[in-house]
Design a protein around this ligand. Structure first.
Ligand code: AMO
Length: 421
């Protein structure tokens, strides 16, 4: 910050009165900067009067000078020439906006708009925005076109149990669990697409890694030879995001007290069968074909970390553990999950692009092909082999910011208990 005159429009995070001097800690919300506004009675009695009455939480406009020599240890020092209070709190502040008195997560969420005055909180959401920016940059450089598919849908792709039903002018509609069906249909005319999108899932459990409205970075690409083509893009994307945050979020990471290190690459690749063997070796009683739950994911994460891998792909899942759209190969499927230290970050694979096989898969999963007619239609006109992934954005941000609970990185989380704010 250069010396000279400034105007700071922001909020008072703390007030300290010391004889004839008032110190205000002010933030303007535009970045992580904290201003220490100094108002001396001897120099400016009018502004001092106003500052002496100002309350924590007020919105203020300060005009003043940034001196050439800074004496304040916290924030940029501003010698105020005038102070205008433009809005005052009309209730007790729900939390300490300076962040010195820690608040519980519930309270942070209930008053997120105030919590964002805490530099640490702003740092988290600034990192989140950078993650999305980096993902867009990477995918666009690799020829992916950003698309937007409907969120009110006539059919679900990810299983009936987690569909949210909506009354659509008397017909039943569903909130999109993922853009799966639409991004695949687009493979009939676009070679590579991506979408940054909400997922709506009526998942009945409350965990630190699930929400009922979460966000994903979804990609789909045509003319692939197999799932490895897709895994390479996903791996490149994750590495790019880590590197981008490491080199562009210096202030945010130091506010969070974090060092970001991209996971070792190439990411480890293990098959489902290999993973099952590791898990059985660690005492898990799993049948072949069972999907891995959170406990199994955690155990596998430990085993991978012991081998020096934070990020790893699990490939070749049994087809019975995967959705109908994944390409089948006997009992197995051309699928993968990407896990990071015991938490699933993404899943994807090669899709079934052959019309007849796809209809058969839908039936075998106990679904009715007629409900997917609009989707199947796109497979009649030269649908190429294709594949893609869905990367959990909230989970990726959790991993990068070291958050223990997904709710820490979502502004207004939606879970079973929470519909407001
Ligand atoms: P899947 O269901 O595995 O795959 O979802 C992809 C990724 O999205 C994240 N995710 C969630 N995050 C928080 N809360 C939730 N309730 C939640 N559900 C999913 C996870 C998960 O790995 N259509 C496929 C992807 C594809 O094949 O392209 C799909 O949705 O990080």
């Amino acid at each position: 910050m250069l010396a000279g005159s400034v105007e700071v429009r922001g909020w008072v995070n703390s007030v300290r009165r010391l004889g004839g001097i008032v110190f205000l800690e002010v933030i303007d919300g535009s970045d992580l900067q904290v201003y220490t506004v100094v108002i001396k009675r001897s120099e400016n009695p009018g502004a001092w009067e106003a500052a002496n009455r100002v309350r924590v939480g007020s919105a203020v406009v300060v005009k003043g000078e940034v001196p050439g020599v800074q004496v304040s240890r916290r924030g940029v020092e501003v010698r105020a020439e005038s102070l205008a209070v433009v809005s005052e709190p009309i209730d007790v502040m729900p939390l300490d906006p300076s962040g010195r008195t820690p608040a519980l997560l519930d309270n942070l969420i209930n008053h997120r708009y105030v919590a964002l005055r805490i530099p640490r909180q702003r740092a988290i959401f600034r990192v989140r925005a950078l993650v999305v920016k980096a993902a867009r940059e990477f995918l666009e450089r690799h020829g992916f076109l950003e698309v937007h598919t409907p969120k009110i849908c006539g059919a679900g792709a990810e299983g009936g149990a987690t569909l949210f039903r909506v009354d659509y002018f008397g017909r039943t509609a569903y909130l999109a669990q993922s853009p799966q069906l639409y991004k695949q249909m687009l493979m009939c005319g676009l070679a590579r697409v991506y979408e940054v999108t909400p997922y709506f899932r009526a998942e009945p459990f409350s965990t630190v890694r699930h929400l009922n409205e979460s966000w994903g970075v979804d990609a789909e690409m045509a003319f692939i030879e197999g799932p490895e083509d897709v895994m390479k893009v996903l791996e490149g994307l994750v590495l790019y995001v880590f590197e981008y945050v490491r080199s562009n979020a210096g202030k945010e990471l130091s506010e969070l007290g974090l060092e970001v290190r991209a996971p070792r690459s190439p990411f480890k690749r293990i098959t489902y069968d290999e993973a099952l063997e590791i898990l059985r070796g660690r005492g898990c009683k799993l049948e072949w074909g069972d999907d891995f739950g959170s406990d199994e994911e955690r155990l596998l994460g430990q085993a991978m970390v012991e081998e020096g891998y934070d990020a790893y792909f699990i490939t070749d899942y049994p087809w019975r553990a995967k959705p109908f759209y994944i390409m089948r190969e006997g009992q197995l499927s051309r699928s993968f999950d990407l896990d990071y230290r015991g938490m699933e970050l993404a899943s994807g694979g090669q899709r079934e692009h052959r019309y007849d096989e796809l209809v058969r898969s839908i039936r075998e999963k106990g679904l009715d092909p007629s409900e997917f007619a609009f989707y199947l239609e796109a497979f009649k006109y030269g649908m190429p082999p294709h594949g893609g992934f869905g990367l959990g954005l909230d989970r990726l941000v959790m991993v990068i910011t070291g958050a223990q609970n997904i709710r820490e990185v979502v502004l207004f989380p939606r879970d079973r208990q929470r519909l407001v704010p």
